[in-house]
Design a protein around this ligand. Sequence first.
Ligand SMILES: [Zn+2]
Length: 131
Amino acid sequence: MSTAGDGTEVRSAGVVLSRGFRLVCPACGQQRLFRGPFRMLRRCTRCDHDFYPETGYYVGAVYVNVAFTEGLLLAVFVVSFLVNPVVSDRVFLVLAIGALILPLLFLHHSKSLWLALDYLITSRGSSRTSE
Ligand SMILES: [Zn+2]
């Protein structure tokens, strides 16, 4: 992170996305986003960054989750097809189980990555933490 000439912080995409993958606040990187499997904080206790800026905010996280899940399942299918062009029922069973389990496993990361992407897009170069 560096400081621009007007004193605002300039964040790199790598830093913010890394915070998204680590499930911490995209603004400061100091506060974990989740307190339990289903409990997400409403604001950062360190920098007061709002984790719920509006109703329906996390609809975008569903798209992140679907893109990750479908991408991974497609990769598994392509690799299995390249290894053995005759796709067995076992491969489809693995894909079906993956389609049910992966969205649940990726739930926290999809929300965290959505928050990080939004932070990058809407507040790049400005200090949202001082609001
Ligand atoms: Zn924070």
